[in-house]
Design a protein. Structure first.
Length: 148
């Protein structure tokens, strides 16, 4: 039985973040977890239930910001994050990822979220993430720690 609890968030690129957020609020009653602008990079996360969020980054000029309708060529996914329920599970994931040399083991604390980044065997950027209780920290305010 896995010690993970599902998907934490999926990071996507969008051309119009207001339309993106508005759509998920209107259709699914999603709640905005945060909506911030960091030196011209606006990003927002909407809670879509089950501890899962869609984290959209507004990149209106990116060729990857609009998905194609063609299967296997849909684009605009940046990364996914797998949810864990508590600090012990986050630490166990960190230990296993370091052992596999998939991660350096750094834990990044964004206040609203703690995460460990890794690359899967195909090179996909993935995170193991734990929802936090602090207010969201901007990228330049994040706290990164490496533990043995």
């Amino acid at each position: 039985m896995p010690f993970t609890t599902g998907i934490n968030h999926v990071a996507l690129l969008t051309r119009d973040i207001d339309a993106f957020v508005g759509f998920y609020i209107e259709v699914f009653d999603a709640e905005v977890l945060f909506d911030i602008d960091e030196d011209g990079l606006r990003h927002a996360a909407v809670d879509v239930g089950g501890c899962a969020a869609l984290h959209a980054f507004a990149l209106p000029d990116s060729p990857h910001a609009a998905a194609s309708a063609e299967m296997f060529n849909r684009g605009h996914l940046d990364h996914i994050a797998i949810n864990v329920a508590n600090e012990d599970a986050l630490e166990e994931a960190r230990r296993r990822l370091v052992k596999r040399k998939a991660s350096d083991g750094a834990v990044t604390d964004f206040g609203v979220l703690k995460s460990i980044s890794f690359r899967d065997p195909d090179g996909l950027e993935v995170e193991v993430a734990l929802w936090g209780t602090e207010p969201v920290r901007r990228f330049d305010e994040r706290i990164t720690t490496t533990t043995p």
